[in-house]
Write a protein that binds this ligand. Sequence first.
Ligand SMILES: NC(=O)C1=CN([C@@H]2O[C@H](COP(=O)(O)OP(=O)(O)OC[C@H]3O[C@@H](n4cnc5c(N)ncnc54)[C@H](OP(=O)(O)O)[C@@H]3O)[C@@H](O)[C@H]2O)C=CC1
Ligand SMILES: O=C1O[C@H](COP(=O)(O)O)[C@@H](O)[C@H](O)[C@H]1O
Length: 494
Amino acid sequence: MENTNDFEYPHTFILLGASGDLAKKKIYPTIWYLYRDNLLPEKTKFFGYARTKQSISDVREKSKKYMKVRAGEEEKFEKFWQANDYCPGSYDKRVDYEILNQSITKFEKGPIANRIFYLAVPPTVFEDVTVNIRNACISIKGFTRVIIEKPFGRDDVSSSKLSNHLAGLFKEEQIYRIDHYLGKEMVQNLMTIRFANQIFGPSWNRENIASVLISFKEPFGTEGRGGYFDDFGIIRDVMQNHLLQILSLVAMEKPVSLNPNDIRDEKVKVLRHIRPIKREDILIGQYVGNPDGQGDEKLGYLDDPTVPKDSVTPTYALAVVYINNARWQGIPFILRCGKALNERKAEVRVQYRDVPGDIFDGHAKRNELVIRVQPGEALYLKLMSKSPGMKFDLVETELDLTYSMRYREADVPDAYERLILDVFMGTQMHFVRNDELTEAWRIFTPILNELEEQHVKPVPYTYGSRGPSEADKTLANYDFKYSGSYKWNKPTIH
Ligand SMILES: NC(=O)C1=CN([C@@H]2O[C@H](COP(=O)(O)OP(=O)(O)OC[C@H]3O[C@@H](n4cnc5c(N)ncnc54)[C@H](OP(=O)(O)O)[C@@H]3O)[C@@H](O)[C@H]2O)C=CC1
Ligand SMILES: O=C1O[C@H](COP(=O)(O)O)[C@@H](O)[C@H](O)[C@H]1O
């Protein structure tokens, strides 16, 4: 067949679960921004599909407050909604998908037309939806691509069942598993930082690096979403996917090329060197209310009415993984994530070893390369310098690449914008391949089972704190040194 991967052909983007939260808060705004910026094929038609009986005007109304329309963009915004349609239907009845198919076909003029399905639906209907797309809706004159959202199962067995199910319906190159952290600017920058700078390559190993800390922090709790969360917990929600994806980009060997499969081959390879996490290598926590806090901060996880009163689901976890290869053997990679903490932050800290043969009476602190994913993308390298002036003292300082200062005009796109555009373009570099998923579950399933079977009680930490007090001791035990003496002189913008 002719290469159909061309933006001149008609494309249809079908959003299943169009009545849901993700759709209104994230996907409709995202496709609008892509449309507004003329990034999509000109002949793109959008279809919403869900059980709710409503019109496209209702969808528009519900997503209105999440979509930014700047002055002068009103006309384009109207055109965007004219390119949208909504088709109500059930998830399990083939006949409804046949009606959807007929509606899509009406717009597919010409010999070639492509379809992209975005599954913003709960896992319970996932199998029905994919079977019905395959049976009634695939494009017969172009490509069909399917975007799926986590959870990709809840352990190795359920994930492999899901993978087998999908493999029976679509080829791997048709499946786009979203981990939205792979769409974030600084996560995408990891490969560039590592492989386009000779300064880092030679020291990126066990001889020079003492430990690596990869953190995710959120300043809010489950806020009524505890029902979903309680079945998964923070390890499945954040650590097994987002943090492990970051780890594989930090630790993998240089890929043969930028070809998506060459990159994903290296990511899988590094994961294969990790043994499953052991009980002694993990600390779990659950937040409790802060009586002195404001509003929601007063409430602990167990106060969420959608959470069982005796739940032992962790809302915080710190786990250490070791990569048993020549580059990293013995070096702790510390993954740390939690909800209801003191701040919103996602970052990687690569901490170098102490300087050998110290001539500065122990005043030389460790170098640390910090890759700040959010908020406020930044890359800074903490280093020692002579204090300016007559004295010969040491001062802790940094080489600082703060994006908002260095790239003032740059517009850093949202993760979903990049990822959805990638699907139109057919590049799978920033999507999770099936074998990556298998490895991720191999590493995490035994500890998840052990924690659940033994009903291990998480340690309490206060809403709004930095997490369980034990965590800093654990970090120190795994050779992550915090001196507490570094001060950042925030530059002022002139
Ligand atoms: N370009 C930029 O944006 C730059 C920003 N900065 C800012 O300067 C400030 C300080 O820099 P930073 O790199 O964070 O350096 P620090 O070494 O001062 O702090 C590092 C982190 O260590 C953690 N920490 C605090 N107490 C302990 C402890 N007892 N044991 C172990 N860890 C501890 C905290 O994070 P946690 O609670 O997550 O553990 C803290 O953020 C930050 O706000 C940073 O964002 C600095 C340079 C450049
Ligand atoms: O996948 C998830 O990520 C969000 C955090 O995403 P971010 O882009 O805002 O950092 C988290 O709140 C949610 O629990 C989790 O499922």
